[in-house]
Design a protein. Sequence first.
Length: 181
Amino acid sequence: MKGTSKVTTRFPTDSDLRADRVSRLTNLINDVYDDAESGMWKRKGTRTQPAEVEQLLRERALILAMIDDTLVGSVNVRLMPNGVGEFGMLVADRQYRGEGIGSALVEHAEKWARENACHTMRLELLTPRHWTHPSKEFLRQWYTRIGYKPQFVEPLESMHPELMPELATECDFTVWLKPLG
């Protein structure tokens, strides 16, 4: 029931490698991205595949969010050069929006980065170049509120030219940073 349980976050365990859990997480990521990036891509439901999710789980590169025993979100984390941690592929189950899933996942990602000697956290936000997407506007405001600042904008075609045929509209990546004090 909404609002009655606490969000917990953790790195994957062996039980998360079961096919049903990999499938659930893959579907969750794809469903959230279909909604959050609607109108930006020609394709639907292909942000990730089960093999990629399983690999990220094996590498402990995903932090999982749970409410009771239900998987409700995840975030991908990785170490970059020069003391920078990065998170991406942040998702929260739409049925549990407003429960603090995103905040809990970002807090865990930042804690992980600090524990790995990172002084800065980084994220990339993909946005349409010529129009405002409501989900991306929400994220822009939320990232600002939690201390992230946009640093620079790169056209998607310069960072990922292989994705250009899949776009339905021109898009840019904005790189955001937050000092981890």
